[in-house]
Design a protein around this ligand. Structure first.
Ligand code: AMP
Ligand code: MG
Length: 417
């Protein structure tokens, strides 16, 4: 969650040259995030948003003894004493105030959703009665007990009860709960303005002519698609060549207009990997550079002068996507105050032999066996540049550093694309 000041103390001092683990990287990011502002929005605009206030029940739920079957309402005591025929006195529709049973020999015709008439205490469904000349006769199948087919007032929740906590993600059921609390608007986190910036002289826009030595600017599209799929709508897009002056100029601008910068490329050790140096010049404080992981080891993270979160993702396309999903997406969710989602866990469908002493993010497909059980099937890529083999995978698993052989059935976290 944003504003995790307490967490900051737990990050050990990072010695130069020591790589931090993915878990420490995650904590280092979360502890430095600034909470995104809150805004009040109409309910229709809140789906996918993060609630930033508690929601309490306006009334008991159901708010009255609610008829749950179409039928007749009677006094169960009369039936207990053997009465099988009831004069139908009136009809009680949903949305009308409660009528009163005039005598225990009477019945009131009732509709699902109506308030239970006063003087009655149970409902006999239409299927269990015969009606003739304004008189309802109970069939032998009729079961009469007090409050049968009545959804009792307060059975689901009490007035004033906490229904949803601040930090809850608003999906359809939660939206219904907010509506039931009588609220037309609700306080949610503002959407962050995210600028996606690709860097590199070799990159060419899809649709433009391309030379042998150039490559398509695919990362920017994958990053924007990942963000859009998760409901982030305020996404900018820019491309900057490997030129320090140009980078300085563009990043200066983006830092004034965006809360989150997601850069791809330019964070490794090459002569033209200028991103960390330029960011430092612009007052973006480095929190870490490099994580003990494969792929995505060169990842850089820093905090701008106004608390902007700046992610320098390695340009290799597999690294870019893995780092985006493993770190950037959860960080934006945390800055929105969203409760942390625990990753799904699946078992490996086949053993994985892994020699490198770095956390391993391995692409997988999730497939079901003949008994309907899901398994994570490994789909190793041909290095971190091989994004073609990511197509049709579902995401990646996180495996601890090697050397090790993880057997079939080894259960681990899965992050979906
Ligand atoms: P870099 O991290 O800048 O050294 O880039 C590493 C590799 O990823 C290079 O082969 C780049 O051509 C490639 N790359 C960098 N950015 C992108 C991008 N936006 N789309 C596709 N490939 C990229
Ligand atoms: Mg580059």
């Amino acid at each position: 969650m944003c504003g995790g000041v307490a967490l900051r103390r737990r990050i050990p001092h990072m010695q130069a040259g020591t790589l931090i683990t993915p878990r420490l990287a995650e904590e280092a990011i979360n502890s430095r995030l600034t909470c995104l502002p809150i805004e009040s929005l109409p309910l229709t605009q809140c789906v996918g948003g993060t609630l930033r206030e508690n929601i309490y029940a306006e009334r008991d739920q159901p708010p009255f003894d609610r008829v749950s079957m179409d039928g007749i309402a009677i006094d169960s005591e009369a039936a207990r004493q053997g009465l099988r025929q009831y004069r139908i006195q009136a009809t009680q529709a949903a949305g009308s105030p409660a009528l009163t049973l005039e005598s225990s020999g009477n019945a009131i015709e009732v509709m699902t959703g109506a308030i239970l008439p006063m003087g009655s205490d149970c409902v006999v469904p239409v299927e269990q009665i015969d009606v003739a000349d304004g008189v309802a006769s109970l069939k032998s199948t009729a079961h009469i007990t007090a409050f049968r087919n009545v959804h009792r007032r307060g059975a689901d929740g009490r007035q004033g009860a906490l229904l949803l906590e601040s930090g809850t993600l608003l999906r359809a059921p939660e939206i219904a709960v907010v509506a039931s609390a009588g609220m037309a608007r609700v306080r949610v986190s503002s959407q962050p303005a995210v600028m996606v910036i690709s860097t590199g002289d070799e990159l060419v826009e899809p649709g433009d002519p391309i030379a042998d030595y150039q490559v398509r600017r695919s990362n920017a599209y994958a990053v924007a698609a990942t963000l859009r799929k998760r409901g982030f709508a305020r996404i900018g897009d820019d491309h900057v060549s490997d030129d320090a002056d140009m980078l300085r100029e563009r990043l200066t601008l983006h830092l004034t207009t965006h809360e989150v910068l997601v850069l791809s490329g330019g964070v490794s050790m090459g002569k033209f990997d200028l991103v960390p140096k330029v960011l430092l010049q612009l007052g973006v404080q480095e929190v870490f550079h490099k994580i003990a992981q494969r792929p995505g080891k060169p990842m850089w993270f820093g905090i701008g002068p106004q608390g902007q979160a700046v992610f320098g993702l390695p340009g290799n396309p597999v690294s870019t996507l893995v780092c985006l999903i493993r770190y950037v997406i959860p960080a934006i969710a945390a800055a929105m105050g969203t409760k942390r989602e625990v990753p799904e866990r699946f078992a490996l469908a086949s053993p994985v032999n892994y020699e490198t002493p770095l956390t391993y993010f391995l692409p997988v497909t999730i497939e079901h066996d003949d008994w309907g059980r899901p398994w994570a099937h490994p789909h190793p890529t041909n290095g971190s540049g091989d994004f073609l083999s990511l197509a049709n995978t579902n995401g990646f698993v996180e495996l601890p550093p090697g050397p090790n052989t993880y057997p079939k059935g080894f259960v681990t976290s899965v992050y979906r694309w």
